[in-house]
Design a protein around this ligand. Structure first.
Ligand code: H2B
Length: 96
């Protein structure tokens, strides 16, 4: 799988207002009420990652989840990253 062009990435990002593209990856930060809500979302995201066989670089500090998405095998951002971003959005922003 080859990486998407910067132009394609910016066009797709119009549908993902929580996400930014820099350093060859998509980045987002989500804040929750508390650690329990944050870790619960991470658990649900983890199942989606396994289903998609695509995995985030992420870190958690108390109620904040920081995520970077890129396709390691392709050395950049691919449609897989947007698929995972969409799955993450449906978990963390279910009303949208
Ligand atoms: N996740 C991400 N983000 N990038 C990859 O290239 C990738 C992955 N490759 N998850 C998958 C797993 C690969 O390592 C396995 C062997 O299919």
């Amino acid at each position: 799988m080859s990486p998407l062009s910067e132009q394609d990435i910016e066009a797709k990002l119009l549908r993902f207002p929580d996400w930014e593209y820099y350093d060859n990856a998509l980045h987002a930060e989500f804040e929750f009420e508390n650690f329990k809500d944050c870790f619960s979302a991470m658990s649900r995201i983890a199942f989606e990652c396994e289903a998609l066989n695509h995995h985030p670089n992420w870190s958690n500090v108390y109620n904040v989840l920081t995520i970077s998405l890129s396709t390691h095998d392709a050395g950049g951002v691919t449609n897989k990253d947007f698929q995972l971003a969409e799955a993450i959005e449906s978990i963390v922003e279910p009303e949208e």
